[in-house]
Design a protein around this ligand. Structure first.
Ligand code: PA5
Length: 450
């Protein structure tokens, strides 16, 4: 198979090859622990063999649901969810869609919109305003079924949908993706008779993009879920527990990250040179931030979209705190071919670029930046993907998931829990006088009125 490539030539001045390969034996064990389900968080390892266990019938089901929605002439498919119940679908849809798809004439492929990923009254009010005289349907996604942000958005949009279409038609336009048995959303879906998909107990939100959580919305957007899954299957096999370190890309990435971390490089910036990958970086930040940031440890995941951010964050990366390293996702071949025209007046002085592809300039910007950053003390890792399509994105998703599990084990944390995210919820509920939070309400009010 043609594969994404991990290039480590520009870390040499910062860490030794020996220090990196010293991690290989431990990583081989951690990889076996992931596959054999013997490590920390073993109850949440359903994602490890997920790609190869997805059946043709499941994919056909998502595709048929997408087709049925198209038959209803739906212009908007609203996906309601937050965190892992949102970012994977958003990342893949943005990466694989025309940059201006939302502004182009509508040709029967629903445009996917997102809600429930914030608590902004403006966002929700403006979304409702947009939807009120358009055809739409929605999926509400929550594994726990109790998350406040999507629950509020769903309460509002469900009422709108029922008022617009009547209860029966509204019911046929709502899909719930949640736990098989537990949670408020499961109860609601069963009571209302919604079509449902189940999120397996052993797959955490941030590892769920290849479950119905991500695949349904991606299929509705008209994208090739089979190629996406095939890419993930190929990377699952290429990083299997029997594949040695020398050929195992996630193991190599995990090793390098940990060596850099222990050398003081505590911030990793995921860099792209194609804005379609903006939300892929958001997905990656959740994956790594929520998996590794605990027990006072963890690389802080950040991201930039270049070359845009070279004109804003570029200064800091070049000369600010020297605790950064960067991982560039570079796409070898763009989908288009656009050459810079000659100009007889040459007032902008750009005729030296006439006839060159815009991508040639982008590549030199990438190379020039990498060299400057290395010179400025920022190690540079590079992931090259042959082209930005569903297949390579599937590889990349599984590559990062596997490397995240391995990196978390190397760091000595459980990469599959997220105890820290409860802290804000507890305070928010106490401040909002949620029943059951009486004691916490009293305590927090005393604190803020001091
Ligand atoms: O990765 C995670 O587990 C979280 O980001 C969750 O996906 C997020 O908090 C949403 O949770 P839920 O799907 O239960 O509503």
């Amino acid at each position: 198979m043609k594969s994404i490539a991990l290039q480590l030539e520009r870390i040499g001045g910062f860490v030794s090859k020996d220090a990196v390969t010293a991690y290989a034996p431990a990583l081989q064990q951690y990889n076996a622990a992931l596959h054999d389900k013997t490590g920390r968080g073993a109850d949440f390892l359903g994602w490890v063999n997920l790609p190869s266990s997805i059946t043709d019938a499941e994919l056909t089901d998502y595709e048929n649901t997408a087709k049925a929605l198209r038959r209803k002439d739906i212009e908007f498919f609203v996906v309601i969810g937050i965190g892992g119940s949102y970012l994977g679908a958003k990342a893949v849809i943005d990466a694989l869609s025309d940059s201006f798809a939302q502004l182009k004439p509508f040709y029967n492929t629903p445009r996917v919109l997102f809600a429930g990923q914030n608590l902004s009254e403006d966002y929700l009010a403006e979304l409702r305003d947009l939807l009120c005289d358009r055809e739409y349907a929605m999926a509400v996604i929550s594994k726990s079924g109790t998350t406040t942000e999507p629950a509020i958005a769903f309460r509002l949009l469900k009422r709108d949908l029922e008022e617009k279409y009547g209860k029966d038609e509204a019911q046929s336009r709502i899909i719930a993706i949640t736990d098989a048995k537990r949670g408020a959303l499961r109860k609601l879906a069963d009571t209302e008779g919604y079509k449902t998909y189940v999120i397996s107990d052993d797959i955490g939100g941030r590892y769920s993009v290849l479950t119905p959580v991500g695949l349904l919305a991606i299929a509705v957007a008209g994208l090739d879920i089979r190629a996406l899954v095939k890419g993930a299957v190929d990377m699952e096999q290429a990083s299997d527990k029997n594949v040695p370190y020398e050929k195992n890309l996630p193991m190599q990435y995990a090793a390098v990250r940990n060596v850099l971390y222990h050398s003081g490089k505590i911030i990793e910036i995921l860099v792209n040179y194609n804005p379609k990958l903006h939300y892929f970086a958001e997905w990656w930040k959740q994956l790594y931030g929520e998996s590794e940031g605990k027990e006072g440890k963890g690389i802080f995941p950040a991201s930039v979209d270049n070359t845009s951010d070279l004109h804003s964050m570029g200064q800091y990366i070049q000369e600010g705190e020297r605790r950064l390293f960067e991982t560039v996702i570079s796409i070898s071949a763009p989908a288009h071919n656009l050459r810079i025209p000659a100009d007889s007046d040459n007032l902008d002085g750009l005729n030296f670029l006439a006839g060159k592809r815009v991508n040639a300039v982008n590549r030199m910007a990438e190379l020039g930046t990498a060299l400057a950053h290395v010179d400025g003390g920022v190690p540079n890792l590079r992931i090259e993907i042959p082209e930005l399509n569903a297949y390579y994105l599937g590889q990349l998703i599984y590559f990062f998931e596997k490397a995240c599990g391995l990196s978390g084990y190397t760091l000595g944390v459980n990469p599959f829990d997220q105890p820290g995210v409860e802290a804000y919820k507890k305070n928010m509920f106490a401040l909002l006088d949620k029943p059951g939070y009486e004691e916490a309400s009293k305590a927090i009010k005393l604190l803020i009125n001091k």
